[in-house]
Ligand binder design. Structure first.
Ligand code: AMP
Ligand code: GLY
Length: 436
């Protein structure tokens, strides 16, 4: 089987790496990829969000499967175009990708499917925003309705800051979703869907803020680990029963079946499990941790999803070890990342047993690998337990030389010290409607 992976980031590097380990995959191509991906498979430079360009490449390569990584190509209709050309594609249609591209749409689907989520209101102007903020009270949660690479959400106790974020979104011509604050630990669960059947991967936890102790602005994600020893035993079953299957059923009933990965961003609150957000794709950097442990060949799994054959899949197999991924970001990320700096120590980091490096924002210039984006790479380690995986990942990070680079030092730290508190009754409780 020949597979084309679309996208430029760390998630795509992880997907490519796993596909290469699948004995049924004979050839992998990536477009546009990055410097790390280019070291292991042929890459093709194109605009990943151009449906015609991606389709033309897939046809030319004779791809048996196209895997679309990021949200922008999905929202641009890349999957639709490839599917129309008769090539199986892992990634939802433009319409189904609205589950991520529009937070208001996602809220409507959740309400229709009775999926537990934060109570929310859509606001289109300053008065509506102020009214909604006062309905829910502090801490305030204000979300840009459109795609914002994980950076369109402001969570603050400062009403002025909340209003200012809403005003900036209105200024840009958008609307906002304002919702109740969800307490409790967060979980990312990837659920593969073929439009009818669902198969969950292992849960992971992401670290959204730029600084240690969850301080500073939100980013695309600064690190991840999997599995979650502290998660309630019935969590995955509960998410399938009350979130993923009802959502997939609702999308099918609307005539827009969801084929791809439904990323369920969850909070385990004292009032029960709640969906924080849906994404229509694998999460980054959770994928780097989750796929490091997946032993079931990835190509067959994604092809089964693309061909509506997930019900025929055997139980997934997992490496019993724990994976930790630590992101190394460039100076000034997430505001105005500095790029073009040489990256040193890649070979040394990978020489550590149990460690591999996945590139995100990197490019090759004059035979030198340089930073080319905000999140530059992730160092991924497998260990016998969280403490060992953390030690190995940070030993890898210590080898990386990138001027001004930033990384969090507390990825998976609380979990490794058993300090994560799951509110009693957070799984399997009530089922409020999500829209006021
Ligand atoms: P999102 O883009 O919706 O995933 O939001 C980014 C991050 O903002 C989430 O991972 C949470 O950490 C935080 N967040 C979003 N919605 C809420 C909420 N209702 N309550 C508390 N934190 C939230
Ligand atoms: N790590 C969060 C995301 O991929 O949206």
């Amino acid at each position: 089987m020949k597979v084309l992976v679309v996208g430029p980031g760390g998630r795509e590097h992880a997907i490519v790496r796993s596909l290469l380990a699948d004995p049924y995959v004979s050839e992998v191509h990536a477009a546009p990829g990055n410097a790390g991906i280019a070291q292991i498979v042929p890459v093709h430079s194109l605009n990943a969000s151009d449906p015609a360009a991606v389709t033309e490449l897939a046809v030319r390569l004779g791809a048996d499967l196209v895997v679309v990584g990021p949200e922008a190509p999905l929202a641009a209709g890349v999957s639709d175009a490839v599917r129309e050309a008769g090539i199986p594609v892992f990634g939802p249609s433009k319409e189904a990708a609205q589950l991520e591209a529009s937070k208001a749409f996602a809220k409507q689907v959740m309400a229709a499917a009775n999926v537990p989520t934060a109570m929310a209101r859509v606001a289109a102007n300053a008065d509506e925003a102020a009214d909604a903020l006062d309905t829910f009270g502090a801490p305030y949660v204000v979300k840009d309705d459109g795609l914002a690479a994980g950076k369109g959400v402001v969570v603050t106790s400062d009403r002025g800051e909340a209003l200012a974020h809403a005003a900036a979104c209105f200024e840009a011509g958008g609307t906002v979703v304002i919702e109740e604050y969800l307490d409790g630990p967060e979980v990312s669960l990837f659920v593969l869907s073929d439009g009818r059947h669902v198969v969950p991967l292992a849960p992971a936890q992401d670290f959204k803020r730029i600084f240690d102790n969850d301080e500073g602005p939100n980013t695309g994600g600064m690190g991840a680990y999997s599995p979650l020893e502290w998660a309630p035993a019935n969590l995955v079953d509960d998410v399938i029963a009350r979130v993923a299957q009802p959502t997939v059923d609702e999308m099918a009933a609307r005539g827009t079946p969801f084929v791809g990965v439904l990323y369920c961003g969850l909070a385990l609150t004292s009032r029960g499990m709640r969906v924080i957000e849906f994404n229509a794709r694998f999460g980054d950097p959770e994928t780097q941790a989750v796929l490091a442990r997946l032993k079931t060949p990835l190509g067959g799994l994604l092809l089964a999803a693309a061909k509506c054959e997930l019900d025929a899949m055997e139980q997934l197999k997992w490496d019993p070890r724990t994976a930790v991924a630590v992101v190394v970001a460039s100076a000034n990320y997430p505001d105005a990342p500095r790029t073009g700096d040489p990256i040193l120590g890649l070979v040394e980091a990978e020489a550590i047993d149990g460690v591999h490096v996945l590139h995100a924002g990197t490019s090759l210039e004059a035979n030198e690998i340089v930073s080319a984006g905000g999140r530059v790479l992730a160092v991924v380690a497998l260990g016998e337990d969280l403490a060992q995986a953390r030690d190995l990942a940070y030993a890898g990070v210590a080898e990386i030389g990138l001027e001004g680079s930033q990384h969090r030092t507390d990825i998976a730290l609380k979990a490794s010290r058993s300090e994560i508190v799951v509110p009693a009754g957070s799984a399997g409780v009530d089922n409020e409607k999500g829209l006021l």
